[in-house]
Design a protein around this ligand. Structure first.
Ligand SMILES: NC(=O)c1ccc[n+]([C@@H]2O[C@H](COP(=O)([O-])OP(=O)(O)OC[C@H]3O[C@@H](n4cnc5c(N)ncnc54)[C@H](O)[C@@H]3O)[C@@H](O)[C@H]2O)c1
Length: 375
């Protein structure tokens, strides 16, 4: 194969960025051969500067006429999986925008379908996995750097959205349009990072609220994830706090990681907490500690301009061309979605939810709430 022929389905905000990267040759080994979008305005905006790339209103016709090798799917979440299935069934590789779907029930069925395929790849756009801070954190945690995790505090309040953002309308911030609010649209990135770093909890207890905005979905979330070893994670997220933050603190029995956007502090002790407890005859105790600071400034202006998403597109391209391991395979997409559906289920039912839970029960509840929202 000379160059991988890419098409983009959905050239709105995100899809047009993917299309521009491919069009301008920023992904080695890839070229843009077509785009599809149901909205004429989106196609007209894409072709404003003539670029010779054919545009289609129907992605099925595009597949037939252009026969791409790979497709990036950047349409609203409810359509991700049906479109992905269409291309995969025809042997065309897909890179699906996040979240993989709106419900774990659909994602679970999709994972079953993926297992039946051969010689065709599917990935999901969890671009924050390419953030060097999180990559280093994963390396440290996988190597046991802080010992057994006992407590996590995760605050995500950096997704500020004003009423004007919601007034743009469309599919955003509605149960019928996207299956939720700040949790499914924005926090899906952080929840993917959380499960990527520490795995899945055994249960979820949560509350959600709408603060200061006229919308039908949440913009404020508090959740407690309980893990098998008894550790808890307190997850707080919102889209209404001015100058918000994005911070994870993971406390283990041998150290602590405090992770900001581009800075990570790693503290580690000479002795683990059980050792200190066993050795100490007085009622108190401590261990000699050390600290390392990792800074990850934007080293290249290109990283700032192009963003993390292009790294996933490059990895996906190399995966198809050379067999490089996928950073974010599509079947991983269900984990962050499980945390999201679990939070909604817990908040709606006012109960602690064991993980995994019945995805169909959630789907039914969501459908009823989306219907009520329309009325
Ligand atoms: N990875 C990231 O950081 C990131 C950032 C923004 C958006 N996204 C994701 O990208 C997806 C799109 O978001 P957006 O902000 O670009 O939305 P958008 O509304 O700006 O664009 C979506 C486009 O899809 C088109 N579309 C809808 N249904 C279609 C269909 N059946 N066939 C073809 N085209 C169709 C619409 O006409 C529109 O042009 C969402 O799933 C979102 O979560 C990801």
């Amino acid at each position: 194969m000379d160059k991988l022929k890419f098409a983009v389905v959905g050239v709105g905000r995100m899809g047009s960025v993917h299309a521009a990267h491919l069009l301008h040759g920023r992904v080695r080994g890839a070229e843009l051969v077509a785009v599809a979008d149901i909205a004429s305005e989106a196609l007209e905006a894409f072709s404003k500067k003539p670029n010779g790339v054919p545009t289609f209103k129907c992605y099925k016709e595009m597949a037939e006429r252009v026969k791409p090798d790979a497709v990036i799917i950047a349409v609203p979440h409810y359509h991700h999986i049906s479109i992905a299935r269409f291309f995969l069934e025809r042997g065309i590789n897909v890179l699906i925008e996040k979240p993989i779907s709106v419900t774990t029930a659909e994602a679970d069925g999709f994972n079953g379908f993926l297992k039946t395929l051969e010689g065709v790849s599917a990935a999901v756009m969890y671009n924050q996995r390419t953030n060097p801070v999180y990559k280093k954190a994963k390396e440290l945690l996988d190597g046991g750097a802080i010992g057994e995790i006992r407590r996590i505090d995760f605050t995500v309040t950096g997704w500020y959205r004003s009423q004007a953002y919601y007034n743009q309308g469309g599919w955003r911030a509605s149960l019928s349009g996207e299956g939720g609010g700040v949790l499914i649209n924005q926090c899906v990135h952080q929840l993917d990072i959380l499960q990527w770093l520490v795995g899945m909890p055994d249960s979820i207890y949560a509350d959600i609220a709408t603060v200061g905005r006229r919308i039908t979905t949440e913009n404020d979330v508090t959740a407690v994830f309980k893990y098998r070893n008894g550790a808890h994670c307190l997850f707080s997220a919102s889209a209404h706090e001015l100058n918000g933050i994005n911070r994870i603190e993971l406390a283990g029995d041998k150290g602590r990681l405090v992770i900001g956007e581009r800075l990570m502090k790693y503290y580690f002790w000479d002795k683990s907490e059980p050792q200190v407890n066993g050795d100490t005859v007085s009622g108190y105790g401590s261990a000699t500690w050390h600290k390392r600071v990792y800074r990850y400034g934007i080293r290249r202006i290109a990283d700032l301009i192009l963003g993390q998403q292009i790294r996933i597109v490059k990895n996906f391209t190399r995966h198809i061309l050379t067999g490089e391991k996928l950073i974010s395979p599509a079947d991983d997409g269900i984990s962050a979605l499980t945390l999201i559906n679990g939070i909604y289920l817990s908040a709606w039912e006012g109960a602690e939810i064991a993980v995994p839970f019945d995805g169909l029960r959630y789907e039914k509840l969501l459908k009823a709430k989306a219907e009520a929202e329309k009325k």
